[in-house]
Design a protein around this ligand. Structure first.
Ligand code: ADP
Length: 451
């Protein structure tokens, strides 16, 4: 199309809308393209030169309707671009180009994804239909524009109403959220107050517990200490009475004195156990760290415990240690192992009792495994409680005190490790003493090794 006189602006506008409709743009986009066109035409006509308007459909990539408006007057493109800035918002792209021989305004609007495919046949049809197009009068165009304006205003009003409704909903939701927030804050505050009170109570309880536990340890230590002297005296006197240098006793008297001596011995081991445990609990046992020769220690254990392994059905094995030395407290370590081995020998009627040692990562594990009565799994932790003995468990050599394992576990803790059990009734038990390969004083420079 050519743009020569003012009248042509209406014709371009009408044709632009027709083209936009024919290629598949939606009604609002048709109005946008038409309005943009008439604005550009108005501005170009004011510059004064003739303008050629060309409509094309770009089908590469995203299909778009492109309009090119070229006029012969060169220069002033930047001013033109400024004037057309608002118009540019009606289309997807708008460029003003000053190629030296004239000025070209190009604008494009993308076709919607649902638009019909523009084959060459379809394009021929569109061209033919447009050729038939008879331009209306400016009054007709004014009527169309007015209708479009009314529709646009209606839509704006509908959108404003929608916005107002949405705002009201949002406000309502906000009020709900705020109410919920306040409620939650109140509840949280309430809970916090409860938690703080609970903590205070817990603190108080733990202070009381600590005091009670200290009192218990002190009581045990004192009473045990006081008991030891008379019990030792009873044992000594009993020994004197059965001594060959003493007067001969009747068989009855001999039996009674023996009974007194064994009872006193049992009492002494209980008192000693209590004293050991009380000392360990009161934190009065300070390990003496040194390089422990495990080969020598295992040899000693083998020698001292062999007399307890009296049953021929039980094989007592102390393996050669695969770990030669270990930094630990020799006396405490030997005490734990002796304890575990004594138990194993006590509760094993046939099979074997075995002591071995193995390195596990940065730790060393001592394993005392037996094929004895075993311990039900629900009691695996209870046997480490003071005085607890598995109900009905019959040791091969009389009743013990129930203090050995709690003491052994205390000692394991003092040595920086732990003691655990794995056991199946009827199959046997495995007690594992896990100790760090390097003692704590090696990592903690503030406490020097006492050796
Ligand atoms: P004690 O041996 O003096 O009774 P302990 O504290 O050493 O006390 O052991 C507590 C209980 O754990 C024992 O009475 C026994 O019931 C059980 N127990 C310990 N070691 C073994 C074991 N090797 N096999 C089976 N039961 C065991």
């Amino acid at each position: 199309m050519s743009l020569r006189v003012e009248q042509d602006i209406f014709a371009v506008r009408q044709l632009g809308r027709e083209v936009a409709r024919a290629v598949g743009l939606e009604s609002q986009d048709q109005t946008r393209v038409a309005t943009a066109l008439s604005e550009v035409c108005r501005v170009l006509l004011a510059v004064g030169a003739d303008t050629d308007v060309t409509f094309r459909v770009e089908s590469y990539g995203v299909p778009a309707l492109q309009v090119t408006m070229a006029h012969s007057a060169a220069g002033g493109s930047s001013r033109l671009a400024e004037q057309l800035q608002l118009v540019g918002r009606l289309v997807d792209t708008m460029e003003v180009d000053d190629g030296g021989i004239g000025t070209t305004v190009r604008m494009a609007r993308r076709l919607p994804s649902g638009a019909p495919v523009l084959t060459s046949t379809k394009m021929d049809e569109i061209r033919a239909a447009l050729a038939q197009h008879v331009p209306g009068t400016p009054l007709d165009e004014l009527a169309v524009q007015n209708q479009q304006l009314i529709a646009a205003l209606d839509e704006v009003r509908a959108q404003r109403d929608d916005l107002a409704r949405l705002n009201a909903e949002l406000e309502e939701t906000n009020r709900g959220v705020m109410a919920l927030y306040h409620q939650l804050s109140d509840e949280l505050e309430e809970t916090n107050r409860g938690v703080v009170a609970l903590y205070a109570e817990l603190d108080e309880k733990s202070v009381q517990l600590r005091a009670a536990s200290e009192a218990k340890s002190r009581f045990l230590a004192n009473v045990s200490h006081e008991l030891r002297a008379p019990v030792t005296a009873i044992i000594g006197l009993g020994r004197l009475m059965t001594d060959s240098s003493s007067d001969e006793l009747t068989a009855d008297q001999q039996r009674q004195v023996d009974l007194i001596r064994t009872s006193a011995s049992d009492l002494l081991s209980l008192v000693n156990g209590l004293l050991d445990l009380a000392k360990a609990e009161a934190g009065r046992l300070e390990p003496t760290w040194s390089e422990v020769d495990l080969k020598a220690m295992f040899g000693q254990l083998r020698g001292t415990l062999r007399p307890l392994a009296t049953r021929p059905e039980v094989e007592f094995v102390v393996d050669e240690p695969t770990v030669p030395t270990l930094r630990s407290d020799e006396v405490l370590l030997a005490q734990v192992l002796r304890n575990l081995l004594t138990n194993a020998l006590k509760f094993t009627e046939s099979g074997s009792v075995r002591l071995s040692v193995r390195p596990i990562g940065a730790d060393v594990e001592f394993v005392v495994a037996d094929t004895g009565t075993g311990i039900p799994s629900e009691l695996h932790e209870r046997i480490f409680e003071e005085f607890y003995q598995v109900p009905g468990s019959m040791s091969v050599s009389g009743r013990g005190t129930g203090l050995g394992l709690p003491y052994a576990r205390r000692l394991a803790g003092i040595l920086g490790g732990g003691l655990r059990v794995a056991s199946t009734p009827g199959t046997g038990s495995t007690f594992t003493l896990q100790l760090p390969a390097a003692d704590e004083s090696a990592t903690d420079k503030t406490s020097e090794p006492a050796s």
